[in-house]
Design a protein around this ligand. Sequence first.
Ligand code: NI
Length: 135
Amino acid sequence: MRIAVFRKAHFNAAHRLHIKDWSDEKNEKVFGVCSNRYYHGHNYELEVKVIGEVDPITGMVIDLKVLKDIIEEKIEKRFDHRNLNEEIEEFKNLNPTTENLCFVIWKILRATLDEKFELFVRLYETPRNYVEYPA
Ligand code: NI
């Protein structure tokens, strides 16, 4: 039996949406207040979905404690209370939109989780705005 298990997590981070090659005017026109040079914060909510076969002995797809520890270690410790633009290597030349952050998180978790699992990452930037990868 294949089934999906979920783990929720949370972190706070600051960012601004900004393309270095563009003028301040163009950045402001495209990204509005999100391009504010003094940054702004979000309470990001993360949902990690892992799909796999239920082990016939343990009855589990993945030990949720193991998944929790991976998310804490690889994502929360790395991103919580950080300035994404200034402190996170992946965003030195990549706009820290919810889309890009979601994909960066997926890549980190994908590299950690056993290949036998399917992995989906949903990231809420606000309670109403969220993205999911893969689509
Ligand atoms: Ni923002």
